[in-house]
Design a protein around this ligand. Structure first.
Ligand SMILES: [Zn+2]
Length: 167
């Protein structure tokens, strides 16, 4: 369960970049124009240009930034972004539309979830479209694993989690 937040899958491997986030200084991961097209409304989409990166720091409110220091922040994208928003209502898999709450329900009811297997199967069958659908522009499996770990930790330590009454 100690997978890093970012797991590159063969279906959507993209280059990392060294352009740091102007807000937190972390290096982002380069995203393709098709990702930006689908997740940034105009006129911000035009302002950020074609060379932009996704900030992988969950604590940073910047979602996209470019080498000129232009940013698109949490709340400015068309959809909420998995690692930037911890609500149960947020998608953890954009291709097959699984929400964080779906993971939580499975784990609470069954102690485990087969959602990662469902996603893997979809990826193998070529039905994923992460570059276009996921604001991160890459496969969601790393985020899904991270969310599962977080939910399990919350359920194991109800005092620290949101589920204080139902754990
Ligand atoms: Zn940042």
């Amino acid at each position: 369960m100690t997978q890093p937040v970012e797991t590159h899958e063969e279906c959507c491997r993209v280059a990392t970049t060294t352009c740091p986030c102007p807000a937190c200084g972390n290096n982002g991961r380069k995203v393709k124009p098709v990702t930006l097209d689908n997740h940034i409304p105009n006129p911000m989409r035009e302002e950020i240009g074609e060379d932009a990166t996704f900030c992988l720091n969950p604590d940073c409110e910047v979602v996209y930034c470019n080498p000129q220091g232009k940013t698109v922040k949490r709340g400015q994208t068309k959809l909420p972004v998995t690692i930037k928003d911890l609500d149960d209502d947020i998608l953890v898999c954009y291709c097959f539309e699984h929400k964080r709450g779906d993971l939580r329900r499975d784990i609470k009811e069954k102690g485990k979830t087969d959602i990662p297997d469902q996603i893997r199967k979809g990826v193998q069958e070529g039905r994923c479209d992460c570059e276009r659908k996921n604001p991160q522009g890459a496969c969601c499996l790393g985020n899904v694993a991270g969310s599962i770990k977080q939910i399990q930790e919350e359920l194991d330590n109800p005092i620290f989690g949101k589920d204080i009454n139902s754990a």
